[in-house]
Design a protein around this ligand. Structure first.
Ligand SMILES: *Cc1c(COP(=O)(O)O)cnc(C)c1O
Length: 409
């Protein structure tokens, strides 16, 4: 008799985006003439750059001729794309050998799948608030107990609160944990970890034989040259950290799909000497994945070329200008805002201690702007609200204007 994975029944936080849709649809039913402005979802809107388009076209053309046709690629990306990613790290002053780089169809799948090479009773620590994938995939894998409605936490999961007092970067866990997820620049708070903050986590991880899963999907948005774009810019990180990154936000590949994971040879765990974790991830890719699209790999190589990177920077600048418009507009009307300086998300404190959902309704009704309630990213997100800078500048400006004119504070 087949039985399903009952861990799925524990998932509670999954209601966030469906609930946004439900409330938005209900509002539209009652107000059919209103055009909503959506600053809720972290999805890119601007076209791919000329270099990337040329790369993708070349990928298609190669498939048209018997001399250049290719079928399956290496299950974790062909050598040229891994060399290009190795070159990306070189520019950051970091060495990542092509044997340490695994190319995939995105950072979300990688950040969800990485837990599968760790033991089921690992204690997992997450930033609170965090990208929901880290929590949910560990719930599904059975590393947590039930969701406790009073605390809005899963049993056995270690939540590392990120709030105004600690600048939205957590203190080290008080207890011994095994797996630590850090996202920097962070989605949803828009905060970037400093070198010394990462140093402290690296020291903790080495002392406790813990592994850090570092999600750098927004690294390209860092403007401040003093902030690390890769955890490997910090000494000894290769002994304890796996880094995940993506072309999605850097190059507008959200629909194209391409990402990568670095598993250093030096990484060790309690029961794995150097090289073992790397071979396990290789094995996992070989067993569960058949390689990223050959066409897309050529688009990725083009995005990482010197010209491609210049174009990607323009794309990033476009969204960062949107972030500035949101920040400035909200600050002008007296709202307290964080993030948006080195990340495409603005994290605002709700006025008058409103709950995140109450502010969602207020913003929707008074200004017709849809955002994302902070509480959907974890209990410490309560009282905060995320606005995304991904969108056409005209739409973002209009939304900010509407907020300035119509939000009753
Ligand atoms: C958008 C995003 C990603 C990117 O995922 P892809 O699957 O590469 O599109 C990864 N991590 C975080 C935190 C994100 O917000």
């Amino acid at each position: 008799m087949a039985r399903t994975n009952s861990n799925y029944d524990k998932l509670a936080a999954g209601y966030l985006f469906p609930e946004i849709t439900r409330r938005t649809d209900l509002f539209l039913e009652n107000n059919p003439d209103v055009t909503l402005m959506k600053l809720g979802i972290g999805n890119t809107t601007e076209p791919l750059t000329p270099s990337v388009i040329r790369g993708l076209h070349e990928g298609v053309d190669r498939l048209a001729h018997v001399e250049t046709y290719t079928g399956y690629t290496v299950n974790y990306g062909d050598v040229p794309i891994r060399k290009a990613i190795s070159g990306y790290y070189q520019k950051l002053g970091v060495t990542a050998d092509i044997n340490e780089i695994f190319v995939s169809d995105g950072a979300k799948p990688d950040s969800g799948n990485i837990q599968s090479i760790f033991c089921t009773d690992s204690i997992v620590a997450v930033q609170d608030p965090a990208y929901p994938v880290y929590v949910d995939t560990n719930v599904i894998a059975g590393r947590t107990g039930a969701f406790i409605p009073e605390t809005r936490q899963y049993e056995r999961m270690v939540y590392m609160p990120c709030h105004e007092e600690n600048g939205f970067f957590p203190a080290l866990p008080e207890q011994k944990v095994d797996l630590i997820y850090i996202c920097s620049p962070n989605n949803p708070t828009g905060t970037v970890a400093t070198r010394s903050q990462l140093e402290a986590f690296i020291r903790y991880a080495i002392a406790n034989k813990a592994v850090i899963v570092f999600d750098a999907a927004y690294a390209a948005f860092i403007q401040d040259p003093g902030l690390p774009r890769s955890i490997y810019e910090i000494e000894d990180a290769k002994k304890c950290a796996i880094e995940i990154n993506s072309f999605s936000k850097m190059a507008g590949f959200t629909g194209v799909r391409l990402g990568w994971t670095v598993v250093p040879m030096d990484l060790v765990t309690e029961n794995a000497a150097s090289g073992k974790v790397n071979r396990m991830w290789e094995r996992r890719m070989n067993t569960f994945f058949n390689g990223p699209s050959n066409i897309v790999q050529l688009g990725g190589i083009a995005a990482l070329s010197d010209q491609g990177q210049r174009e990607c920077r323009q794309l990033v600048d476009y969204y960062m200008n949107n972030a500035r418009i949101i920040r400035d507009g909200l600050t002008e009307i007296g709202l307290k805002v964080y993030g948006g300086k080195n990340a495409p998300y603005v994290w605002l404190k709700t006025p008058s201690q409103m709950t995140s959902w109450a502010f969602f309704d207020k913003l929707l009704e008074e200004t017709h702007v849809v955002g994302t309630p902070g509480s959907g990213f974890g209990p410490s997100g309560e009282g905060f609200f995320r606005l995304s800078a991904f969108g056409h500048t005209e739409d973002i400006s209009k939304a900010v204007r509407n907020i300035k004119e119509n939000l009753r504070l």
